[in-house]
Each structure stands twice: as structure tokens, then as C-alpha cells.
Ligand binder design. Structure first.
Ligand code: 3PG
Length: 399
């Protein structure tokens, strides 16, 4: 038994044949012009669903899409269609009403049923403890029709929502295969770490990255390689490139300066950067960067130096792309970092929505990235990296 999984029951611990399994999936996806996009999460959750169905379980999927009030807050009929690419299933536009309950009762062994968006129930997202959620009408009604609860939705484990924390209080509960993989990989990056450990931090969300940097420095990280917008903040903070002050930048730059002082030589900064000139990529050394000039990527020299550090690492944790990878001209830095990670013998963990999207967009093939785990989680990944407990995980621990 893997050390990271010792606290949990897995599908292997249950005899699911003929049993009704409530299965919490995360198939929440990007929506463009009302159309739900196919996401890896859908395929990965479908694999566990297929396994349960092959083991003759009656599988009832609980899932959400978007948040109430948002443009992406939709029923799950489109998700049913997308899931059908991988597994046969029925769908009802009901969650706990008579239609849903009848559909659950009528399931035959091996059949799969998707219920509607659980966030359409006000009870789902109330700010309540697991014990309180367990007493909700939603949980009581559906739990009375089920035998087992399996959670495969690591990416929503940071939410203390009814479908995440309520059912494990009243049903035998375990984790699905995707959740197993996420927990094993995150455990290797946060608990059972092999050194040297290197963080590669970029993207455009400074608050999140600063939190990770502070935590990593406290835990004794060996190197932090800064890229993307984050790299620019540190270059401003160190006074290497000029900055005309605006309030928000000033705040971020101030925090970057404090972190830089604390991290000393453990934090690395770009040596060169790419800017846009007449729509084309131009690499320049730092002393040629003008005040407030937009920086789109890290340069070649930086890629090489960072590549060397990654090569000698035993653990690499990456969050956020190295540049504006959506534009072909500026995908080079992100691609080179991915390549260095793929070529290294280190165990690597990549996460955060944009990082995982960037892998496909820059044309890397995940199957070729041995020894690399790409987390499908955003907020939950971040929380876990910061060593914070996730309610949806805590509640699944064996009692
Ligand atoms: C995600 O997409 O990160 C999860 O589905 C959680 O979504 P939420 O942030 O709306 O809870």
C-alpha cells in the first residue's frame, strides 16, 4: 500500500457488484459561447466510472458545472454527451426529485446514471460542516438509495459542499482512481520529498505564487525559478528593470522584494526576456528593457540556465506558464521548460489550470512525459501545495 493512500479506502476495498455507488466526479469544464468544452477531467473520471460499471456496480454520478449566477452555470446534458464518448450512461435533469429517485431505483447492475448539476440545489453550497451537510435533505434522500460513496473529484476537495463532505458521514466511503493518482503525486511533492527540490513558478496570478514561494522557502526549497509575469515582478523588485509605479504593481513588487530578500540565492530570475517588436518575438538582455515594457516570455539564455537546474533536480513542482504561450511566438519558453522537465529524471508535478492547458497547446504529448504528473485541479492543488487540509479529503480518512 502506498504511504499516501494508507488513510483511505479505495475501490479495491469494496465489493461493488450489485451495489448502488454514489460517485462524485469533477467534470466542470470551460464553456465557450454556451458550449461545454471537452476536458481531460471528463475522460479521466470516465475511466473510473467504466471500472465501476465493469465491476457490475450501479453508478450514480454527482457533479457540478460553474457557480450560480455565472455564464458557465449550466445543466449537465452536454456533459452527458461528452461522457458518452467514453462510457454508456443515462442522464436525468433532476437531482433528488421523483424523476432522479426513480431512475436510481431502476438502475440495473453495470448501468450508469448522471444526475443534474448539484449546485442547482441551494443546500449544496451552504457554508456548513460535514455533520450539518450530512443532515441535509439532499444527502439524506440520496444516501437512503445508495450503499457506497466514492469521491474521484480531487479538484473540488477544497470545498466543504454537501456532495463532497456530507455523504462520507453517512455511507461507507472511499476514493476513486483519479483521486488516488492525485494524492500519490501531491504527496510526493509535499510530504515525501526527494531533494534537490525545484519550484518553477510563473503565470499571471502573483498572490497565489507569492503564497507558494513563502511556504516553499519555509520548508527549505533548494531553488525557485521565476518565470512569466512573476519573473517580471522580481526583476522590478530587484531594480534590474525599471518600473513606473502604479498602485497595484507597487503592492506586488513590495511583496516580491520581501520574498527576494528572504530567499536570497535560492530564488532565480530571468537573465533575458522576449518582447514584441512589430508583432514578432525579439529577445533582449535585461538592461535593454524599458520602463513598464510588456515582457512576453523568458529568453533563450534563461531557458538554458533553468534547464540545467531542472536536470539536476530530483523533484520539480511547476505552476504557471513561463510566458504568453497562447501566442505561438511566445510559447518557446514554456515549451523549453516542459521539455527540460520531461527529459529530467526528477519526479515532477505540474498543476494549475493554465499549466495543464499549456501542455497541450504547445504541442507536448503527456504520454511522453514519464515521471510527470499533471494535476487536473486548480484551487485544490494550490491549497494542498500550501500544506492546508482539504475538507473533502479529511472527511474520507478512515476513522
Ligand atoms: C475547479 O474547476 O477548480 C473545480 O471544479 C472547483 O470549482 P469551483 O472553484 O467553482 O468550486
Amino acid at each position: 500500500m502506498n504511504e499516501q493512500l494508507k488513510d483511505f479506502l479505495t475501490i479495491d476495498d469494496f465489493d461493488v457488484e450489485g451495489k448502488t455507488v454514489l460517485f462524485r466526479a469533477d467534470i466542470n469544464s470551460v464553456v465557450i459561447n454556451g458550449k461545454v468544452q471537452m476536458k481531460e477531467r471528463i475522460e479521466e473520471n470516465a475511466k473510473t466510472i467504466r471500472e465501476l460499471s465493469a465491476k457490475r456496480a450501479k453508478v450514480v454520478i454527482l457533479a457540478h458545472q460553474g457557480r450560480a449566477g455565472g455564464d458557465d452555470f449550466l445543466p449537465l446534458d452536454q456533459h452527458a454527451q461528452l461522457l458518452r464518448n467514453f462510457v454508456d450512461l443515462k442522464y436525468v435533469d433532476d437531482i433528488m426529485g421523483p424523476v432522479a429517485r426513480a431512475a436510481i431505483k431502476n438502475l440495473n447492475e453495470g448501468e450508469v446514471l448522471l444526475l443534474d448539476n448539484v449546485r442547482m440545489l441551494a443546500e449544496e453550497t451552504l457554508d456548513r460542516t460535514p455533520e450539518e451537510h450530512a443532515k441535509s435533505i439532499f444527502v439524506t434522500r440520496l444516501a437512503s438509495l445508495a450503499d457506497i460513496y466514492i469521491n474521484d473529484a480531487f479538484s473540488v476537495a477544497h470545498r466543504s459542499h454537501a456532495s463532497v463532505v456530507g455523504f462520507p458521514k453517512v455511507l461507507d466511503a472511499g476514493i476513486g482512481r483519479l483521486m488516488e493518482r492525485e494524492l500519490m503525486a501531491l504527496g510526493r511533492a509535499v510530504i515525501d520529498i526527494k531533494r534537490p527540490v525545484v519550484y518553477v513558478l510563473g503565470g499571471a496570478k502573483p498572490e497565489e505564487v507569492f503564497d507558494i514561494m513563502e511556504f516553499a522557502l519555509e520548508k527549505g526549497v533548494d531553488s525557485i525559478l521565476t518565470t512569466g509575469v512573476i519573473g517580471s515582478f522580481f526583476l522590478y523588485a530587484k531594480g534590474v528593470i525599471p518600473l513606473k509605479v502604479d498602485n497595484l504593481l507597487f503592492e506586488h513588487v513590495g511583496r516580491a522584494r520581501r520574498i527576494a530578500n528572504r530567499g536570497g540565492r535560492r530564488i532565480k530570475y530571468p537573465w533575458d526576456v522576449a518582447i514584441e517588436v512589430n508583432g514578432r518575438r525579439k529577445e533582449i538582455p535585461l538592461d535593454e528593457v524599458r520602463a513598464n515594457q510588456r515582457i512576453y516570455d523568458i529568453g533563450e539564455i534563461t531557458c538554458e540556465k533553468y534547464g540545467e537546474i531542472i536536470k539536476n533536480a530530483r523533484t520539480v513542482i511547476m505552476k504557471g506558464p513561463a510566458g504568453a504561450y497562447e501566442k505561438k511566438e511566445f510559447a518557446k519558453g514554456t515549451k523549453k521548460i516542459f521539455k527540460a522537465i520531461a527529459d529530467s529524471d526528477a519526479f515532477s508535478l505540474l498543476g494549475g489550470g493554465h499549466t495543464s492547458a499549456a501542455i497541450s497547446e504547445v504541442g507536448m504529448n503527456r504520454q511522453e512525459m514519464d515521471n510527470v504528473h499533471v494535476s487536473l485541479a486548480g484551487g485544490a492543488f494550490l491549497r494542498y501545495l500550501l500544506g492546508k487540509p482539504l475538507p473533502g479529503i479529511e472527511v474520507l480518512k478512515k476513522r
